[in-house]
Design a binder for this molecule. Structure first.
Ligand SMILES: C[S@@+](CC[C@H](N)C(=O)[O-])C[C@H]1O[C@@H](n2cnc3c(N)ncnc32)[C@H](O)[C@@H]1O
Length: 217
């Protein structure tokens, strides 16, 4: 199929909600939690370390699931909290030494203002039902001068569009934003955002919270 036609079809299908029954939000992740870490590639700790400017004090992995990414960074931070609303994903995180799992909706985080020096969201923003609420909360709990790094599939790549369609087909309520769209959202919530890195299928967005001097590490 011609690439332009494929882009048009996937673009139209992805921009509309599919009118059918949708299962509870945590259903898919509860189901795959026991095998989740074996399905996903291991994260690159060096890349996260550079983008997040680690070592630092407190790190929040929001929508952190099994703690797959957080675990790789545990030695670079004083405290590592994994927040997720899937209890079963968090049971996997609980088994990983050095992680503190907290069951919570990212759009209503149970933490005081300025609690964390760093935060990350890996492959999860498109799953958040309230992305603006989540972004506002992440910036609220971040200390002035702190940094948030968001890793998302790069929807400009055709294979990623196919994955996004597959997620719709299994009734996930994913909503993908472009890297520029994520920057705009972060900026509208008071962050300073830029595209930190583009990989083959992933993109990393850096969001700095103004204030606090050079770094809140
Ligand atoms: C694809 S998994 C990514 C997990 C982990 N970040 C990783 O990269 O391995 C997406 C995670 O986001 C979580 N999630 C989705 N919406 C959420 C919300 N509103 N609040 C908290 N967690 C949420 C899901 O439960 C799931 O564990």
């Amino acid at each position: 199929m011609d690439a332009a036609v494929a882009r048009l079809i996937t673009g139209r299908l992805l921009s509309r909600p599919w009118p059918c029954y949708t299962p509870p939000m945590t259903w898919h992740f509860d189901l795959i939690s026991p095998v989740y870490d074996r399905l996903l590639p291991a994260p690159d700790p060096q890349l996260w370390m550079e983008l997040l400017r680690l070592p630092a004090g407190r790190l929040l992995d929001a929508g952190g699931g099994t703690g797959r990414v957080a675990w790789e960074l545990r030695r670079l931070c004083r405290q590592v909290v994994v927040a997720d609303f899937s209890h079963r994903m968090l049971l996997q995180a609980r088994d990983k030494e050095g992680l503190q799992p907290v069951q919570a909706d990212v759009a209503r985080l149970p933490f005081p203002d300025h609690r964390f020096d760093r935060a990350l969201v890996a492959d999860a923003l498109h799953h958040f039902p309230d992305q603006r609420g989540a972004m506002a909360e992440l910036l609220r709990v971040l200390a002035p001068g702190g940094r948030l790094v968001i890793e998302e599939p790069d929807l400009t790549r055709l294979p990623v569009k196919a994955v996004a369609l597959a997620e719709k087909a299994v009734l996930m309520r994913s909503h993908f934003l472009s890297a520029e769209g994520i920057c705009t959202l972060a900026q509208s919530c008071g962050g300073r955002a830029s595209i930190g890195r583009r990989g083959k299928f992933l993109v990393w967005i850096i969001v700095d919270k103004p204030g606090g001097g050079e770094s809140a590490a």
